[in-house]
Design a protein around this ligand. Structure first.
Ligand code: C5P
Length: 403
């Protein structure tokens, strides 16, 4: 899956011959799973039609503050457009537009939007070779980069003027590859190794029966997806679930029992940076596992149970520099019990699941959590989709590990 997938990409098109390539750029961005909107300078419309770009992006294309042809036209809100974007790509970017961006000019919708945008900005210059080398243009590149904008350098080759040199806009495929590489490199969890446990464990009674629980694994899987999306290298140790993963980079290790989960968790814990133990591990298992299926008896059946290893507690003992996160599901004295567990198991963060709210918990798609850190600071959240809960949890972890 591309790092561009799901991103809101604003494409700025300016008046250069290379604007004919922006249609292909929109197509590629859409194919990568981005939601694309296009903003053009008025003169860019002489090079490529808004109709082409709106058809490909499936969104209206904006090029002026008001639509002159429509007498009931409303003001095109550059502020909303700038704030909407996760990423602003200006391609082709002419010398004229770039110099205006560097100076803070705002006499057209595209550059006014640039001033409002808070997201990362990339620009792919396209101009003749002498313009590209002019000290004024080089100064403009420098100023824009000092603002935190990223240049996608022009390439060498034949130019519209017939001259040969540097100034051709990078090819659309190369622009996309540049964006993907740059975004991946800057992800907040790049280079971090995450160990996540999820799902229930099944403790065998005999070859066909087990003791288990109703955990769906949804919360742990959502945490694994979110960590990977933000660049972490993820090992997911999963008990039996019916879930599948979207992000192919996640390494899933399937286990059945608490003992198997314990062994795998211990193995991967040594080299991880963050461990999040969200699995609903069975606390007890049958002391003896019958080799043959236990026959139905006329009287009752008594099973002797023994404790399973407490994976979280044992990782807490082994902990060196790892950031260790546990879950707590409490029914009474929730906060106090969670705080006690945090200390007792030597955790850095605990996620308290509230069972006292509707639509949350095992099997549900929503959850309501309160996070508590090692200094007892609490972070309460409302009822949310498990994907959004995962985002909240990972955001707090990022703050803590980068602090
Ligand atoms: O102590 P309690 O079982 O309530 O703690 C829950 C937390 O401990 C969860 O993070 C769960 O994944 C973990 N746990 C574990 N091994 C067990 C039992 C629970 O890792 N045997």
């Amino acid at each position: 899956m591309s790092v561009i997938s799901g991103k809101k990409v604003l494409l700025g098109v300016t008046a250069g011959i290379a604007a004919y390539k922006s249609a292909y750029l929109v197509r590629l961005l859409v194919k990568k799973g981005a939601e694309v909107r296009v903003v053009m300078t008025p003169s860019a419309k002489d090079f490529v039609t808004p109709l082409t770009l709106s058809t490909l992006s499936k969104n209206e294309v904006f090029s002026s503050f008001v639509d002159e042809e429509n007498e009931n036209a409303q003001w095109n809100n550059h502020v909303a457009l700038g704030l909407w974007a996760d990423l602003f790509l200006i391609a082709p970017a002419t010398a004229n537009t770039l110099s205006k961006m560097a100076q803070g000019n705002s006499d057209n919708l595209l550059i006014a939007t640039y001033l409002s945008a808070k997201c990362p900005v990339y620009f792919a210059p396209a101009m003749d070779l002498d313009m590209y080398q002019h000290p004024s243009t080089l100064k403009t590149f420098e100023i824009l980069q000092s603002f935190g904008n990223t240049i996608i350098p022009a390439t060498h080759g034949e130019l519209a003027s017939g001259l040969v040199g540097q100034g051709r806009m990078a090819e659309p495929e190369d622009i996309i590859a540049f964006l993907e590489e740059d975004i991946a490199r800057k992800l907040p969890l790049k280079g971090k190794k995450f160990l996540i446990t999820a799902g229930p464990t099944y403790e065998a009674i005999d070859p066909v029966r087990f003791i288990g629980n109703h955990s769906s694994g949804k919360m742990g899987y959502a945490i694994a997806e979110e960590s990977a999306r933000l660049g972490a290298e993820v090992v997911l140790i999963s008990g039996p679930t019916s879930l599948s993963l979207h992000n192919e980079s996640i390494r899933k290790i399937s286990v059945t029992s608490a003992q198997e989960m314990y062994e795998q968790a211990k193995h991967y814990f040594v080299s991880c940076d963050v461990a999040i133990l969200s699995a609903a591990v069975a606390d007890y298992r049958p002391k003896q596992v019958a080799v043959q299926k236990i026959k139905k008896m006329t009287t009752g059946l008594t099973l002797e149970l023994e404790k399973t290893p407490d994976i979280l507690a044992s990782l807490g003992v082994e902990k060196q520099d790892q950031f260790l996160v546990g879950f707590a599901l409490e029914t009474e004295n929730e906060l106090e019990n969670a705080k006690t567990k945090l200390k007792k198991k030597n955790l850095d963060l605990i996620v308290l699941n509230s069972l006292n709210d509707e639509g949350v918990g095992f099997g549900a798609d929503t959850n309501k959590v309160t996070l508590i850190d090692a200094s007892n600071k609490t972070y309460p959240f409302g009822v949310k989709e498990k994907g959004d809960v995962a985002k909240d949890i990972i955001q707090i972890i990022i703050e803590k590990i980068h602090a």
